[in-house]
Design a protein around this ligand. Structure first.
Ligand code: MRU
Length: 345
């Protein structure tokens, strides 16, 4: 089992994903700021994983608070929560998890400060455990979409590394089909610019013994046209109420290509990735990251000095390109604005 993140005795231990696949190094965070840095600089990344990390960060931050009563404690918790939410804007799982942490304090305002610290610790561990079990359920729910002999294209990394650990979301469905004995193959897009596909998905698939071939992002259309891809499965960072899906930059291109070639395009994401407050994906905030992700590879410049660069790291796939969304409630089909609401009832 791939252990992405763990919490023990006030310490968050996570695998440093920036050093994979070369080195398997674990980092220990002992204060909330180092958890925040791990999120911002992508030592941990992937929507559910940063939600879990942020919750654990709040728990560590709480442990170090000195406060006389509820009001003082809660206002310090609020500023730690605000700090966490600002680390990365697109994946809604982060603010979802932080909100849960805040609520767990608000609901227990009559308790003393040391009990509140324990409540926060328990809530963070609960969020982690729930993510592990939800991923298994989603994997079982989606596995029927993969037939024996299928080749699946995936983009970015939506595996154990992008979640609390173990199964993951999109890769969880693939792992479940593999465990059932289906003869499957994976095509992993390298996923420029941060190369989550080349560095992380390829590593995860190899570790699981699942046949995987790495391609550059611009090869997807070539292989689809040749009839070598049967379905596409990706994760998500935020899904609007109408089923529009924000995911790693390049996902939209893959979805459009898949439609052109009559290849089903599936999204696997827990309910914590749903943002029912947004009626359309156009309102999802898109993170822009450092231009060096584009101009440099491994610290070596590949573009002229001073070049203007754009680096939006997510895009939004309109719901009409999404054949189904798989979550812990099952396989959700269009019309999403009705069917997503139904499953939340
Ligand atoms: O920038 P990242 O690596 O955090 O982006 C991650 C993705 O886009 C994943 O595909 C998404 O979070 C799904 S994770 C289960």
């Amino acid at each position: 089992m791939i252990k992405t993140i763990e919490y023990n005795n006030g310490i968050v231990r996570l695998i440093d994903q920036t050093r994979l696949p070369g080195e398997e190094v674990y980092v220990e965070c002992r204060d909330y700021q180092s958890v925040g840095d791990a999120i911002k600089y992508m030592l941990i990344r992937g929507a559910p994983a940063i939600g879990v990390a942020a919750a654990m960060g709040v728990a560590i931050g709480a442990n170090n608070i000195k406060a006389d009563g509820f009001d003082e404690f809660y206002s310090k918790i609020e500023s730690i929560c605000d700090y966490m939410i600002e680390r990365r804007p697109t994946a809604v799982n982060l603010s979802w998890a932080v909100k849960r942490m805040k609520n767990s304090v608000k609901e227990n305002r009559e308790k003393d400060v040391s009990s509140l610290k324990k409540i926060l610790e328990d809530e963070a561990i609960k969020i982690w455990q729930e993510d592990l079990s939800i991923n298994k359920i989603m994997a079982e729910n989606g596995e029927e979409l993969i037939k024996d002999g299928n080749t699946i294209l995936t983009h970015c990394n939506a595996g154990a590394l992008a979640t609390a650990g173990d199964y993951g979301t999109a890769l969880g469905v693939i792992k479940a089909a593999f465990v059932k004995g289906k003869n499957i193959r994976v095509f992993a897009d390298e996923t420029r610019p941060f190369l989550q596909g080349a560095r992380l998905t390829a590593w995860e698939m190899k570790k699981e013994g699942i046949p995987v071939r790495l391609i550059t992002d611009n090869m997807a259309g070539y292989f689809m046209k040749k009839g070598e891809i049967d379905l596409v499965i990706v994760g998500a960072d935020r899904i609007a109420a109408n089923g529009d899906v924000a995911n790693k930059i390049g996902t939209y291109t893959v979805a459009v290509l898949a439609r052109e070639h009559n290849i089903p395009f599936y999204v696997v994401a827990p309910i914590s990735t749903l943002d029912m407050s947004l009626d359309s994906g156009d309102k999802i905030p898109i993170e822009e990251r450092d231009k060096r992700e584009i101009t440099d590879i491994n610290g070596r410049k590949i573009a002229p000095d001073g070049i203007d660069v754009l680096n939006p790291v997510f895009d939004v796939t309109p719901n009409r390109f999404v054949n189904a969304i798989i979550n812990e409630k099952g396989i959700i089909r269009p019309p999403y604005h009705e069917n997503l609401k139904k499953i939340l009832k």
